[in-house]
Design a protein around this ligand. Structure first.
Ligand SMILES: *Cc1c(COP(=O)(O)O)cnc(C)c1O
Length: 404
């Protein structure tokens, strides 16, 4: 076991981002060096080389989700894919009198903000609550969808609590009602099997850096049969079938393609390995400490996610007390503000319980030795904080307002 300094803590934040797999970097390298052509140059070998890489990658992305190559549009990441899908579909369908959008309270910020933008543009927005498990109530969803519903946007896997929504059931409801089903699958693709046909998904967002690919690339699946039409966000050269103007980055596209191939090949075995590691983590922590609870459904959940609440402990203080671990409290995207996570609040957790939670994200490069070190660190830190807390309680003379 390699010695670890504070500069290289054990990485347990794989829902915030995943490291680049060295095999992905290797596939990308030629496109960062010799194959520098513009993939949209049609008159010479430089362009042909680049476009060949991009098109091979497109097929690789498509294969992982059971789509066709030409249904895959490359973007800069899941944020852009979500924007293109939600705004693009809703703005197109408004012309047909469809002015209602449905989403969940636990969606990623970028989905919620897209929906709120549409609301300001005159759409009617329904933000559905979730069950205490974090899962959608299908009956409630069914009741929310009406004749003028343009789009339903429900994520596959939640980035904070890892719960997996019943995609096939949601897809069936949407198809039946004639509403477009968009799925933010940034945390799902490469972790659980996704089949856009079986799940009746019309639009699906992918992020490169959540599947051990590079940052700055993503994809949007856009169904062709029955065809889903989008109003593009960008005007320009009309690349990507007019849906996403701008010169593609071949190295990034190739990286995403390679990441999808690896994930597809290794997904089942990897999920099993992570499940065992997560089980070990959870069981040992719960055996060593009182007052620990799991946030989110224990079964309908991706293997790499553990979100735990430690009664009487402040999550931020806990993270500060474990400098050898890179973990997250709440969502990384909004953790600049010390607000309780809106996802945990949507499960019905109190502000206090939400503030006492941390997210542990295991990934492809997490080892059993690292998990064991982390178990030790968490146990020690929680015990110490609770002891200090009890002492402070006993001699409470000074206010702790500054820490809140
Ligand atoms: C990370 C993430 C995003 C944003 O993806 P980027 O590629 O970083 O733009 C969107 N949705 C979910 C669920 C995510 O986890």
């Amino acid at each position: 076991m390699q010695e670890r300094s504070e500069e290289t803590p054990i990485y347990l934040d794989n829902q915030a981002t995943t490291p680049l797999d060295p095999r992905v970097l290797e596939a990308m390298m030629p496109y960062l060096t010799g194959h520098f052509g513009n993939p949209h140059s049609v008159h010479h070998a430089y362009g042909w080389k680049a476009v060949a890489g991009v098109e091979a990658a497109r097929a690789e992305v498509a294969e992982l989700i059971a789509a066709e190559s030409r249904e895959v549009v490359f973007t800069s990441g899941a944020t852009e894919s979500n924007n293109l899908a939600i705004k693009g579909a809703a703005r197109f369908l408004r012309r047909k009198g469809k002015t209602h959008v449905v989403t969940l309270a636990t969606e990623h910020k970028c989905v919620l903000e897209c929906c709120r933008r549409l609301e300001r543009e005159g759409f009617r927005l329904t933000v559905l609550p979730v069950e205490p498990s974090g899962l959608v109530d299908l009956q409630r969803l069914n009741e929310a969808i009406c004749e003028d519903t343009a789009l339903v946007s429900v994520m596959a896997v939640n980035n904070e609590i890892g719960v997996i929504q019943p995609l096939a059931e949601i897809g069936a409801l949407c198809r039946e009602a004639g509403a477009v089903f968009h799925c933010d699958a940034a945390q799902a693709v490469g972790k659980i099997p996704i089949d856009v046909e079986a799940m009746k998904i019309d639009l699906l967002s992918i992020s490169g850096h959540k599947v051990y690919g590079p940052k700055g690339v993503g994809a949007l699946y856009v169904r062709r049969r029955p065809r889903v039409r989008l109003e593009p966000l960008f005007d320009g050269g009309g690349q990507e079938r007019g849906l996403r103007s701008g010169t593609l980055a071949p190295a990034l596209c190739v990286g995403l393609g390679k990441a999808c191939v690896l994930a597809g090949r290794e997904m089942a075995e990897e999920a099993e390995r992570l499940l065992a590691l997560r089980g070990r983590f959870r069981e040992r922590i719960m055996a060593a400490l009182e007052g620990v609870s799991l946030n989110g459904d224990p079964e309908q959940r991706v293997a790499g996610n553990l979100n735990l609440a430690f009664e009487g402990v402040d999550g931020e203080a806990l993270i500060d007390a474990m400098p050898k671990l890179a973990v997250s409290s709440g969502s990384a995207c909004s953790s600049a503000a010390v607000e309780p996570s809106y996802v945990l609040r949507a499960l019905g957790l109190s502000d206090e319980a939400a503030h006492s939670s941390i997210r542990i994200g295991l990934g492809r490069f997490t080892t059993e030795a690292e998990v064991d070190l982390a178990i030790e660190d968490v146990t020690t830190a929680v015990t110490a904080l609770r002891r200090d807390g009890a002492k402070a309680e006993a001699g409470r003379a000074t206010a702790v307002g500054a820490a809140e």
